[in-house]
Design a protein around this ligand. Structure first.
Ligand code: ADP
Length: 392
């Protein structure tokens, strides 16, 4: 086990800055995933931890050692990559033990380590199988076992499941979590798949264009995204975004207004803000009771339905100004995606009134895209009015 610490690490390739001033402090025994779109700098970051690439600036520490200029073999790491390169002419035992034999370990020690590693990846009974007699998942497990026998302080895994089919990927996710628990080793894992990042990691480092956007536990990234990029990247389907302005009484856009208490929100009325709300926090009015703090209704028309089995994604077109008359051209602003239960009887073309859950409304500064708040609430006046109405 060891801590991995990147301090102000930058990597430039000519004019391209692949990674910029990355600071990451990965704790001993932690499972950390680097996630972000293709080309954002995940692999470069990993290669600098592994020693396959030297940073242009900054320091890489593993344990208490500065390893910035050490070769991979002296870093106490083991790597598993996307392309599983097993030796085709060697059986499982020989593949797993290859590195140990190269280092002239005693036969008993090799046997013990291979057996242990094979048990961890549940391949005990298959030590004499050849690679072409195994499934993709089994081959990947052998590759992981080969990394385990080296007893590393840190595991580095770069998209190790990318070449597996969807069902096997989900299965291997659970296996990797089990492996992490059993070995209690620091794991740094690279993926572009946010579902993989969400399900396995203690913390995820969301990267975009070479820069770290947020480094937090998965649910913190989900519920309290630091900026619009993280909000849009984490969560599937993606969060809805509507650009508009902050007013004295809430949010106003070309397609709908939402009232809320603006005291304590650090924006001047008239400033551009983007409202973000996840599809599961949009409700048709028949389910208004499910929203903790429902907004005013928004008129919409059902454009497209996507039944997913356990839920239905409903693509809504919004009325301009919500005063009747469909229209508007602002790209993306005139639509909302809502997820509803599969019992819903909505059909395409239906008019439907929807509400947003204020408690789950995010606001982002239009200029910096940084989060302003992750929740708003009904103003005291509106609450008093509503209570008055209820009393009547
Ligand atoms: P990711 O793993 O997130 O897909 P990479 O770390 O591979 O991203 O790449 C980050 C950026 O650095 C990309 O723009 C890529 O083109 C560039 N890059 C990576 N490796 C090299 C290299 N050896 N030479 C030049 N540019 C590179």
């Amino acid at each position: 086990m060891a801590r991995v610490n990147l301090e102000d690490v930058t990597k430039r390739y000519g004019d391209v800055t692949a990674v910029e001033e990355m600071n990451l402090d990965i704790r001993d025994g932690e499972f950390v995933t680097l996630v972000g779109p293709s080309g954002c700098g995940k692999s470069t970051t990993m290669e600098m931890i592994a020693g396959l690439t030297t940073p242009s600036e900054g320091t890489v520490n593993i344990g208490e050692r500065d390893v910035t200029y050490l070769p991979p073999k002296d870093r106490g790491i083991s790597m598993v990559f996307q392309n599983i390169a097993l030796f085709p002419h060697m059986d499982v035992y020989d593949n797993i033990s290859f590195g140990l034999r190269l280092r002239n370990y005693e036969k008993e020690e090799i046997d013990r380590r291979v057996e242990d590693a094979a048990r961890v990846v549940q391949m005990e009974g298959m030590l004499d199988r050849m690679p072409d007699e195994m499934s993709g998942g089994q081959r990947q497990r052998v590759a992981i076992a080969r990394a385990i026998v080296r007893n590393p302080d840190v595991f580095l895994m770069d998209e190790p499941l990318a070449n597996l089919d969807a069902k096997l990927r989900v299965h291997m996710r659970t296996e990797l979590q089990r492996l992490h628990k059993e070995l209690d080793t620091t794991i740094v894992y690279v993926t572009h798949d946010q579902a993989e990042a969400m399900t396995m990691s203690d913390r995820i480092a969301v990267i975009n264009e070479g820069e770290l956007q947020q480094f937090d536990p998965p649910l913190v990234c989900y519920n309290e995204p630091a900026n619009e990029f993280v909000a849009g990247f984490i969560g599937s389907p993606s969060m809805n975004f509507t650009t508009g302005q902050l007013t004295q009484t809430g949010f106003s856009s070309e397609f709908y207004d939402v009232s809320f208490d603006t005291t304590g929100i650090d924006v001047t009325p008239g400033d551009g803000v983007t409202l973000g709300v996840r599809p599961e926090d949009v409700y048709p009015t028949e389910f208004i009771d499910d929203a903790a703090d429902p907004t005013e209704t928004i008129d919409a028309e059902v454009d497209v339905l996507e039944p997913m089995g356990d839920e239905i994604f409903v693509y809504l077109m919004l009325d301009e100004d919500n005063e009747g008359g469909m229209g508007g051209t602002a790209a993306g602003n005139d639509s909302l995606l809502m997820s509803v239960s599969p019992d819903s009887d909505l059909t395409e073309g239906d008019h439907v009134d929807v509400v947003l859950d204020r408690a789950k409304i995010h606001l982002f500064d239009e200029g910096t895209s940084l989060a302003i708040t992750h929740s708003v609430s009904r103003s005291a006046e509106a609450t008093a009015d509503a209570q008055g109405e209820e009393a009547e």
